[in-house]
Design a protein around this ligand. Structure first.
Ligand SMILES: Nc1ncnc2c1ncn2[C@@H]1O[C@H](COP(=O)(O)OP(=O)(O)OP(=O)(O)O)[C@@H](O)[C@H]1O
Length: 314
C-alpha cells in the first residue's frame, strides 16, 4: 500500500497541497483526478521523492519510502524524460540497464515492450521520428521496462486516440494484475471512469473525495431513478414527492426518496408493469462537479481554472 498522509507542500506563499491523505492499494488502479493546478503532479513527485513534503509523510506498507523502494518504482513524469535523438529500442534497453538489468535481458525486455505496443518495427528509429501517440507509448514503456513494484503515471493518456488509450490501458491493467499499486492522473474523466478501481479527486490542493469508483457513484447517486414502464409514463409527474427530470413516452428519469420511488413502482405495476427500474448512477464528471461545487464555499480560488504557472523554486 502506497500512502500520502496529511501532506502539505508550499512553494513560497503558494500552498500546492493542503493536508493530503490517500492510499494506492496493491493490485488496483487508482485514478487521480483534478483540474489544472489542483496538485496532482506535486503529490506524485512527493511519492517519487522528487520533491520533499513541507509536512506529512509518504509511506509504503506503513513505513517511510526509501531510495531503494523508489528504484523499484516506475514513473512517467509530466515533463516526460526520454531522449528525442536516440533509437527507442536502445533507449528502453538503456533504462532497463540503469535498473541493474544485464544487457541481454535489458534488450529482451525492451523488445518485448515494443512488441506489446506494436512498435517493434520502429526499434531503430529515434523517438522524435515517431508520431506523438507513438512517442507517448514509448514513454509508458519506459516506466515499465524494469517490471516496477509501484507504478505512478502522470497523464499517461494525454494526446492518445481512443484505440491507443485502450492499448495503454490494457498494458497498465496487466501490471496492476501483478499485484502492484498503480496511480495515474488524467483529465479524461471518461477514461478514468472506465479504467480505475479507486478514485482520488483533488482540487485546490485538497482531497475532495476518495473511495472505490462504484462506492463513490453510489454515494453521489442523489436518489435518482430511471424507469421504463409498459405504456406512457406521464402519470409519474403526479406522484407526490417525485420530480421528473426527463420523460420520453414510456421512459422516465426522476428524483425521489426511497418511499416515493416505491410509490412509483407500485403504481407502475398496477398500470401494467415495468420493463426496468434502476437507480441512476452519476458519471464521474457529475461527481467531480458535485464535489468541487460542495467545497467551493471554502476555497478562495476556482480550482478548476487556477493558473498552472510552475515557477522554479530557488
Ligand atoms: N516548482 C513549483 N514552484 C512553484 N509553484 C509550483 C511548483 N510546482 C507546482 N506549483 C504550483 O502548485 C500548484 C499545483 O500544481 P501541480 O502541477 O501539482 O498541479 P496539477 O494538478 O498537476 O496540474 P495540471 O493538471 O495542470 O498538470 C499550482 O498552483 C502550481 O502552479
Amino acid at each position: 500500500m502506497l500512502s500520502l498522509t496529511d501532506v502539505t507542500k508550499t512553494f513560497g506563499e503558494r500552498r500546492a497541497l493542503d493536508g493530503v491523505t490517500f492510499d494506492v492499494a496493491p493490485g488496483r488502479l487508482t485514478g487521480f483526478v483534478g483540474g489544472n493546478g489542483a496538485g496532482k503532479t506535486t503529490a506524485m513527485r512527493i511519492l517519487l521523492g522528487v520533491l520533499a513534503p513541507t509536512s506529512g509523510t509518504a509511506t509504503i506498507d506503513g513505513r517511510p519510502i526509501t531510495g531503494d523502494d523508489r528504484r523499484g518504482f516506475g514513473y512517467m513524469p509530466e515533463e516526460r524524460g526520454l531522449y528525442p535523438k536516440m533509437a527507442i529500442g536502445e533507449q528502453l534497453a538503456y533504462l532497463a540497464r540503469l535498473h541493474g538489468i544485464d544487457r541481454a535481458s535489458a534488450t529482451k525486455r525492451a523488445m518485448a515492450l515494443l512488441e506489446r505496443f506494436d512498435l517493434a518495427a520502429r526499434a531503430k528509429d529515434n523517438l522524435d521520428s515517431l508520431s506523438l501517440g507513438n512517442q507517448q507509448r514509448v514513454q509508458v514503456a519506459a516506466a515499465l521496462v524494469h517490471t516496477p513494484e509501484v507504478l505512478v503515471l502522470d497523464e499517461p493518456f494525454s494526446g492518445l486516440d481512443p484505440l491507443a488509450v485502450d492499448e495503454v490501458v490494457s498494458v497498465v491493467a496487466e501490471h496492476a494484475a501483478r499485484g502492484i499499486p498503480v496511480l495515474f492522473s488524467s483529465h479524461q474523466l471518461d477514461v478514468v471512469e472506465r479504467l480505475c478501481d479507486d478514485l482520488v479527486i483533488i482540487a485546490g490542493g485538497r482531497i475532495r473525495a476518495r473511495g472505490t469508483r462504484d462506492g463513490l457513484r453510489a454515494e453521489h447517486a442523489g436518489n435518482r431513478w430511471a424507469m421504463a414502464a409498459r405504456g406512457d409514463a406521464g402519470w409519474v409527474r403526479g406522484v407526490p414527492g417525485v420530480v421528473v427530470d426527463e420523460l420520453a413516452g414510456d421512459h422516465v428519469t426522476f428524483a425521489a426518496d426511497d418511499a416515493a420511488a416505491q410509490l412509483v413502482l407500485t403504481e407502475a405495476v398496477g398500470r401494467g408493469g415495468v420493463t426496468s427500474f434502476t437507480p441512476v448512477r452519476p458519471t464521474l464528471g457529475e461527481i467531480f462537479r458535485d464535489v468541487i461545487r460542495d467545497e467551493a464555499d471554502d476555497t478562495t480560488t476556482d480550482p478548476t481554472t487556477e493558473a498552472t504557472t510552475k515557477e522554479a523554486v530557488a
